[in-house]
Design a binder for this molecule. Structure first.
Ligand SMILES: [Zn+2]
Length: 188
C-alpha cells in the first residue's frame, strides 16, 4: 500500500528530473502541495454512487424530462495526467421516484474526479442513473476541452469533444431525443 509519504517522495523524484535545485524555496513544499491538490482533484475515488443517488422523492405523477444542463466539471486524462474540463448535460425521465437535483451534479463529479477519459465518464454517469433510479430513460451529453490537446501533441486550443450516452427511451425513441436536444438548446 502506497502511503502519503511515498507519494510525496515520488513527486520529489519527478522534481529532480526537471529541476537541478528541487529544494529551492518555491519547490520546497511542492510535493506536499501536489498531494494536497490530488486529494481534491481525485476525490471521486472516495465518493459512492449509491449514497449519492439514494435520496429520492415521490415524483407525484411527473413523467416528463428532468434535465440539469451546463454542469461544469474538471477531470484528469488518465493517459497524460493533463486536465480536461467542460460541461455535462444530464437528463432522465422518472418512474415514480425523482432524485434531488444537486445529486445529478454530484454524480458527474463522482466520476470526473478520477483518472479518466471522457467516454467513460459519459457512460458511467448514464449507467448509474439507470441502475439507481430505474428511469424510463437516461441521457448524458458531455462537451469538453482537453489539456493534452491544448498544451502538447497537436496543440489545438479550441477543439471541443462531445460524447453522449442514451439509455432507455432516449435510445429507442427519436422524439424523446429531439425533445431533449431542444431543452438543452433552450437552456444554453
Ligand atoms: Zn491525454
Amino acid at each position: 500500500m502506497t502511503t502519503r509519504k511515498d507519494a510525496e517522495e515520488a513527486v520529489f523524484t519527478l522534481l529532480t528530473y526537471l529541476d537541478s535545485q528541487p529544494n529551492r524555496e518555491g519547490l520546497k513544499d511542492t510535493p506536499r502541495r501536489v498531494i494536497d491538490s490530488w486529494d481534491e482533484v481525485f476525490a471521486g475515488y472516495k465518493s459512492d454512487a449509491e449514497s449519492i443517488l439514494q435520496a429520492t422523492f415521490n415524483a407525484e405523477g411527473y413523467d416528463g424530462i428532468v434535465l440539469l444542463s451546463n454542469i461544469e466539471f474538471h477531470s484528469t486524462c488518465e493517459h497524460h495526467l493533463q486536465p480536461f474540463s467542460g460541461k455535462a448535460h444530464v437528463a432522465y425521465i422518472p418512474v415514480d421516484r425523482i432524485v434531488g437535483i444537486s445529486k445529478l451534479a454530484r454524480i458527474v463529479d463522482h466520476h470526473a474526479l478520477r483518472l479518466q477519459n471522457q467516454e467513460r465518464i459519459t457512460n458511467d454517469v448514464a449507467n448509474d442513473l439507470v441502475q439507481h433510479l430505474n428511469p424510463l430513460g437516461a441521457a448524458v451529453i458531455i462537451q469538453a476541452s482537453h489539456g493534452c490537446m491544448r498544451c502538447r501533441g497537436v496543440k489545438k486550443q479550441n477543439a471541443l469533444m462531445t460524447t453522449s450516452a442514451m439509455r432507455g427511451v432516449f435510445f429507442d425513441k427519436q422524439e424523446a431525443r429531439n425533445e431533449l436536444m431542444q431543452l438543452i438548446e433552450n437552456a444554453s
